[in-house]
Design a protein around this ligand. Structure first.
Ligand SMILES: [Cu+2]
Length: 165
């Protein structure tokens, strides 16, 4: 009788331990924290767009090396800068991240360029991404879902989160 009670108690603790380790593993597995991911909606006749998000690496020497999406077969990492009064976009082979420093991909700066969209993107649509990160000899894929927004909606969101006047 006593033995049975001990065994039962033991099984429950073991189960709890397993559940807790599973949760911890899931968190520890993510090298990069990805926040505020959104994709710009398309205008009629437009088949290119861009995705924005904030990447914060939790891992040493992590580099974004590849991006895939379900709305296009062609995603590029781009930088954008003003040169002689003209906005210029440049393709980057990879994007190195500094550990613990938020890396903000935002309109007018770094972005994930989406070419040859399979369908128009409207506000509220969901776009799935698989980001591949490299650290040393290891690679890790992280999936994320970004919501489609207009630039205005995104700016309002940003305001809501960061300013309270
Ligand atoms: Cu671009």
């Amino acid at each position: 009788m006593n033995d049975f009670r001990v065994l039962k108690h033991y099984s429950v603790s073991l189960l709890m331990t397993l559940l807790l380790s599973a949760a911890t593993l899931a968190n520890a597995a993510d090298w990069v924290t990805i926040d505020n991911a959104w994709v710009r909606n398309t205008l009629p006749g437009q088949n290119v767009s861009a995705a924005y998000m904030t990447l914060t690496s939790q891992q040493k020497d992590t580099t974004l090396i590849n991006v895939k999406s379900d709305v296009t077969d062609s995603v590029e990492i781009h930088s954008m800068s003003m040169q002689n009064g003209v906005m210029k976009m440049r393709m980057l082979k990879e994007l190195p991240l500094t550990t613990g420093t938020p890396y903000k991909l935002a309109p007018g700066g770094y972005h994930l360029m989406l070419f040859d969209l399979k369908k128009p993107l409207s506000s509220g649509d969901k776009v799935n991404f698989v980001l591949t990160f490299k650290s040393g000899k290891h690679e890790q894929k992280q999936t994320l879902t970004a919501v489609v927004q207009s630039a205005d909606e995104a700016a309002q969101d940003d305001h809501g989160h960061h300013h309270h006047h």
